[in-house]
Design a protein around this ligand. Structure first.
Ligand code: NDP
Length: 469
């Protein structure tokens, strides 16, 4: 990582958690008001109940279409489909043991591995206190890779077993997510650690009760977001690649693409983990079904449809999916361009904030890309105290990193070809998630920064694509 030269603007003093007036309220107050404000999202109690009931069958249905019908969209009323799904995904001790051991191993690593300790943003409900986060994701990730190689090469746990057991593992993940949601809710309420409660049981189960649940120094929200989701997704893909090698003696270019895509994404989350403690998810979101289910089950078992299709198709056709050289290169270029913008945009914003707050730490995590750290960036200093970056990628669009993330998401789907629409579930779903996330975030920032946010939006008028939207 290149060492940061001092920023031109760093000489300006940044008011700490100060009490400046915004829209007639002091910044301390506005932070507390925003933090305590109950906004009924996702269609309120009915909407979230529908999601909690609907997500698991949707996951089984899409997996069933891929696994048993090669990606064809079968009627959801087809009884054979559901019989096959039950046969392929009923709960087993074997799969549940694999899943639970994996989660416990990650928890163990999160507890013991070395890493820098980073402070989060001030937590309004803790009177502005900053929590410490042990960022040992990178060392845990490397340890996981080494341990998995040792297990595989010694025949103690064949990596291809993950893809063989996919249906049963998905059930184990779904069950774990439901059990944990209820446990964490009950513990939070019983110990009076609930925060920003709406009073609607289903809504509070969905959004969660506690804000920062921890087991000693392990923050469960950050743990679930980083250590389970992406690592599991990577292992599903590496498992399919190993299986392809076992069956055909080689790994096809589209499968290598998925390995690269999921490696880059997982690795990026680990190498930039120290930027997570100050994010919105850590400071504002609570730990409920939304984060628990999505991180433990939803993301790994639905974002992998491209991998699953490549796997199933190679078995059904007795040969791996291949495309023309031109199309394959196009997909790889799309992935790498998307990754470059995504990685550097996230890094520019997060490092800017950390440098200006004096919390920046140099980490020699691979890969460090050019333009990941801005020199002399422009920014807006808000009355609230925070700084809004308007330089680098952030002069182009306010959510340029979402655009880049979407480019990658579409490249994951493109690499499967266009035989089935199911791999497009992730990018299409992701568009919806990000549009909703943008509206929530814009609302929150407009409340938080008042006139400064208006100035920022004037200065950087586009959200996703400059000149378009
Ligand atoms: P953002 O990185 O967009 O963070 C939003 C917050 O950043 C705002 O609330 C504000 O917080 C601060 N901010 C906004 N504009 C600026 C600016 N110009 N300069 C400085 N700070 C600013 O949010 P996310 O957490 O949604 O996304 C992080 C990454 O995670 C993205 O790359 C996204 O693509 C990815 N992601 C991936 C998902 C997936 O399922 N694959 C799901 C969700 C996210 P403050 O109050 O501190 O000012």
């Amino acid at each position: 990582m290149s060492r940061q030269k001092p920023l031109k603007s760093s000489e300006q003093s940044i008011p700490a958690y100060s009490s400046i007036t915004i829209n007639g309220e002091s910044s301390e107050n506005i932070d507390e008001v925003v933090d305590n404000e109950v906004v009924l999202e996702f269609g309120g109690p009915w909407g979230v109940t529908a999601m909690m009931i609907g997500f698991p069958p949707l996951m089984y249905y899409l997996w069933g279409c891929l696994n048993f019908y090669g990606g064809a969209i079968v009627s959801p009323l087809n009884r054979d489909l559901w019989k096959q799904i039950i046969d392929g995904a009923y709960p087993t001790w074997h799969a549940t043991t694999i899943y639970v051991l994996f989660v416990l191993f990650q928890l163990f690593l999160a507890y013991i591995m070395p890493g820098p300790i980073v402070q989060g943003a001030p937590v309004p409900s803790l009177k502005g206190r900053k929590l410490d986060y042990l960022c040992n994701g990178l060392t845990s990730w490397y340890a996981t890779l080494i341990v998995s190689c040792v297990l595989h090469l010694n025949g103690w746990f064949r990596l291809s077993e993950v893809i063989d057991e996919f249906g049963h593992l998905m059930t184990a993940a779904i069950m774990t997510a439901f059990i944990l949601t209820i446990m964490i809710y009950v513990i939070a309420v019983a110990t009076n650690k609930q925060h920003r409660m709406s009073g609607y049981l289903m809504y509070d189960l969905f959004m969660g009760a506690p804000l920062n649940p921890r087991i000693r120094h392990v923050d469960l929200k950050m743990f679930a977001e980083v250590r389970i989701t992406w690592v599991l997704l990577f292992f599903i893909t590496i498992s399919a690649a190993v299986k392809q090698y076992e069956l055909f003696g080689y790994v096809s270019a589209p499968m290598w693409f998925m390995v690269l895509a999921h490696f880059l994404y997982t690795n990026a989350c680990m190498k930039g983990e120290e930027c997570i403690p100050t994010t919105w998810d850590m400071t504002y979101e609570k730990f409920g079904f939304m984060l628990i289910f999505w991180n433990l089950a939803g993301v790994p078992f639905t974002y992998c449809y491209s991998t699953l299709y490549l796997h199933i198709s190679s078995i059904n056709n007795n040969k791996p999916v291949e495309h023309s050289l031109g199309f394959t290169v196009f997909c790889y270029v799309l992935l790498l361009v998307g990754y470059y913008i995504w990685d550097t945009a996230n890094s520019q914003k997060n490092r800017f904030r950390m440098i200006m707050n004096g919390t920046y730490i140099s980490r020699y995590a691979f890969p460090q890309l050019p333009w990941g750290t801005l020199e002399n960036p422009t920014f807006i200093k808000t009355q609230q105290g925070n700084l809004l970056l308007t330089g680098g990628w952030w002069s182009i669009a306010r959510k340029i990193h979402y655009t880049a993330d979407l480019i990658m998401a579409f490249s994951w789907a493109f690499i499967t070809g266009f035989e089935t629409v199911i791999p497009f579930f992730y990018p299409v779903f992701f568009v919806i998630v990000l549009i909703h996330r943008v509206s929530r975030d814009m609302h929150r920032c407009a409340r938080k920064y008042g006139k400064d946010w208006e100035e920022y939006c004037k200065k950087v008028p586009y959200i996703f694509i400059p000149g378009v939207y």
